[in-house]
Design a protein around this ligand. Structure first.
Ligand code: NDP
Length: 314
């Protein structure tokens, strides 16, 4: 494979998705809200990512990074580095827009911030609806999905999908709609390998995008109670050294071999470059077994604030 190029994967609706993307969420504050955007680091990151071969960018209305993603895309298209049709841009419907008639207007607002006229993928961010004042919106996600289908029919999103749905919710949605989600985006990493959910999606031909692909691998991010491994784990260092890769790259490669599309986030130039250099080596079965052993059903992104919603997925 060419350096810096992620092979394409076919979706169940006939479109294709690059098998690795760039995340653009700046993470949580100590208070548990999304960190504010204070500089243009996301724009710079997306510009570099496109320069080094990324074609898939993940954002969401709630991240407040859509403007910067859009500015970077506009610049790279103007420079002739890339054409719009070679990019795969994902955004997501926030929880306060679950009314079916609110979906298309919310998508149009995302498109305006991104300066785009269509998304490649639009996702229901969470099955949980919540009004701005904090009370739960009990709109059934199957109703929200009708708004998503409307968006697709209007050509505003080439593909539509869901995020943070569990198997029961996916099965229920599939039984109620003629339009299958093309993608499920969920947390997948060494501590949360999601084998049942991935198996279910394989059978249904739903592509799995893996968020927080590094989980708790980095000391700087891991909670005190997070299970191993960290980047100094000897068994992982041995595998990484063998392929002249980092532990982070080996962790991404493992997800790709599970059939997952990872969307690692970085605003650090060297890391942005490294994270896509994972298509020129292959793990041995025994190495995958070493990595399988870190599976703990442990969530790095634990969102317990919605646990009283009837649609809470975890
Ligand atoms: P990641 O697993 O991508 O980890 C990001 C962190 O790892 C950052 O602190 C980054 O630092 C650091 N990092 C990245 N690459 C390296 C490397 N090679 N070596 C060392 N450190 C590195 O976590 P995210 O939670 O950001 O998940 C990825 C993306 O998934 C998000 O950005 C977002 O787009 C999406 N997401 C979706 C969710 C959903 O509900 N659908 C929920 C959570 C995430 P730095 O940037 O400083 O380089």
């Amino acid at each position: 494979s060419k350096p810096g190029v992620a092979p394409l994967i076919e979706l169940n609706d006939g479109h294709t998705i690059p098998s690795l993307g760039l995340g653009t969420w700046l993470g949580f504050t100590k208070e548990g809200t999304t960190a504010p955007v204070t500089d243009d680091s996301v724009q710079k990151a997306v510009e570099l990512a496109i320069d080094v071969g990324y074609r898939h960018i993940d954002t969401a209305a709630i991240y407040s990074t859509e403007e910067q993603v859009g500015a970077a895309i506009k610049k790279k298209i103007a420079e002739g580095v890339v054409a719009r049709e070679d990019l795969f841009i994902t955004s997501k419907l926030w929880n306060d827009r679950h009314a079916p008639e609110a979906v298309v207007p919310a998508l149009r607002e995302s498109l305006a911030r991104l300066q785009l006229d269509y998304l490649d993928l639009f996702l229901i961010h969470w099955p949980v609806g919540q009004f701005e004042n904090g009370t739960f919106d009990l709109t059934d996600y199957a109703e929200t999905w009708k708004g998503m289908i409307d968006a697709k029919n209007r050509g505003l999103a080439k593909s539509i999908g869901v995020s943070n749905f569990n198997i029961t919710q996916l099965q229920r949605l599939l039984s109620m709609t003629p339009v299958k989600p093309a993608v499920l985006q969920v947390e997948v990493n060494l501590n949360l390998q999601q084998s049942q959910l991935i198996e279910f999606c394989k059978m249904q031909n739903i592509a799995v995008v893996g968020y927080t692909p590094f989980g708790s691998l980095f000391h700087s991010k891991a909670a005190p109670d997070a299970p191993p491994p960290r980047t100094d784990e000897q068994a992982l260092l041995r595998i990484a050294d063998k392929y002249h890769k980092s532990v982070a790259q080996v962790a991404l490669r493992y997800l790709i071999e599970l059939g997952v599309i990872p969307i690692p986030k970085s605003v650090t130039p060297k890391r942005i470059r490294d994270n896509i250099e994972v298509f020129d080596f292959q793990l041995k079965r025994q190495e995958r077994e070493v990595m399988k052993a870190y599976d703990r059903n442990y969530r790095t992104i634990a969102v317990t604030m919605w646990k009283d919603s009837p649609y809470y997925p975890f």
